[in-house]
Design a protein around this ligand. Sequence first.
Ligand code: FES
Length: 113
Amino acid sequence: MELPEELPQLYKRHIFACSTQRPPMHPKGSCGANGALPLWEHLGNRIEALGLGAEVGFTASGCLGFCTTGPLLVIYPEGVWYRPKTTEDIDRIITSHLQQEELAEDLVVVLSR
Ligand code: FES
């Protein structure tokens, strides 16, 4: 089978949001235990309400590997990691990153192991 020279990009951006839920006292922690799920629900609702679904993919992902840092999401193709704590933080990520193409700098998290 012959592959196209350039694979089509389905979305302009794709968000992966960690939705792993471990028990509250689990030693690894988890984004779910840190309050991620209501934030991701808000994010999905706002993407839909704003009509961004054709250009912004949104996928609830498994563990992204930085469990005590969460709630974490990562936006590609930039590979920018965010740690929102409130629905207002989610709204700022949408406005700044997705609509104005500027970082919501105070919500960016630089990860290290
Ligand atoms: S549980 Fe979210 S990064 Fe591991």
